[in-house]
Design a protein around this ligand. Sequence first.
Ligand code: PLP
Length: 462
Amino acid sequence: MPVDRPTARFSLSQEADMTSTNGAATDWAKRDARVVQHPHGNPQDPERLVLVRGKGSTLWDAEGREYIDAHAGAWLTQVGHGREELAKVAAEQMSTLAHFTIMADFANTPTIEFCERLVERAPRNIAKVRLMSSGSEADDEALQLVRLYHHRRGQPQRTKVLVLRGSFHGRTYGGAELAGGRPGIGDVPDNAITLTPPWPYHTELFGGENLTDFCVRELEETIARVGAKNIAAMFGELVMGPAGMIPAPDDYWPRMVSVLKAHGILFVADEVVTGFGRAGAWYSSLDYNLAPDIIVLAKGIASGYMPLGALLLDANVADVLDGAGGGGSYAGHLVAAAVASANIDIIERENPLEASRERGRQFLDELGELINLPVVGDVRGRGLMVGVELVSDKATREPLFGRFPSLRKDIDRFLRTKHGVIVGIHGGTIALTPPLVITAREVSHVVDAVGDALARVNIHTG
Ligand code: PLP
């Protein structure tokens, strides 16, 4: 008996859309395709959106078409686009002194001020800051530092690292090591031990047990099996971002971290995404009442106006690591520090942290109406890290794009061309992560657009 294979169709409306008008964007797109390689781009079917200008949560492309930015250029433009105040600070600092290394005994005033401000807002155990140029670099540095910490304390065999399955901690070889390897790049040291991700929608992962009880027991069993004396640290995204904007239950991190502390295993909170208001607080570590040994920051730390990353170090960890390696030519860049300080000024003045929580709640309320659509499995979020997980079958929770990969592009293109909305799609999830200054009206527009797109996905089983 032949088995009927399900098919999926995406019905496009016949109404006029926002397709090309004067060809400027097409020319740029062709030039781009000749010389620029795009990580995660599709070389067989390039479809570039050439952006030229931004203000608040609005972006314009090379032909003047307007978009609502529900992406924030990799989840980082916290204070919105086009802030002249930040441009002025950068210009002033650049014409005064652009950069001089902070390695060895060199120091500079913007960096001192900025680090003071980072520490003032951090959990109370945090005493010192190391500056880097990106989140990947900062995660890589954290991986080196946790081992060096134990090495200096006479436990050099502590090299294993606990991570959540599907988590992301950067693009370097250290990041690949934490991911348990990446296809085609050769072997990486086999040091990552994976734990079940705290993903409430996927109850099948926990075999009917309470999620946190299951995960804490798994952690304790893993430590017993591997031996605490061999484990340097656990790395955790406090809300898993690239895996699909997945907040853990409130008791998850406090309970996990207390087990780690009891075994002398360091905890590295990867707050590259969650920090600086994206998940509704300066640091999500504060929301969960955690005292991480290291907090890794990037993205929103300078709202993307400068490439910048940082490690916040617990006082004891900082003492042990004093003077140790790392850094880099651009660490402590004066322009980056000055702009990042001005970014803090804006956050303090306008309080987008509260806006992030309010607009996040609005997203969840309004998106909640979509849960009855056949392809919407889950709607979740914390602050402005909002995810709509798409499934091909609600009973099995199978990812929609696993079965119908071409729908991913259909949905993305439709949102841009028909509704002027830019989103990110990660794994099986539509990620809604706009600048924190997005307005209530814009949120509703994004929700309507996503609802319209998802209502057009029809899966036929016969
Ligand atoms: N950590 C997490 C949780 C991330 O999501 C990312 C990037 O998306 C990184 C680290 C790497 O940061 P960057 O892109 O600044 O290198």
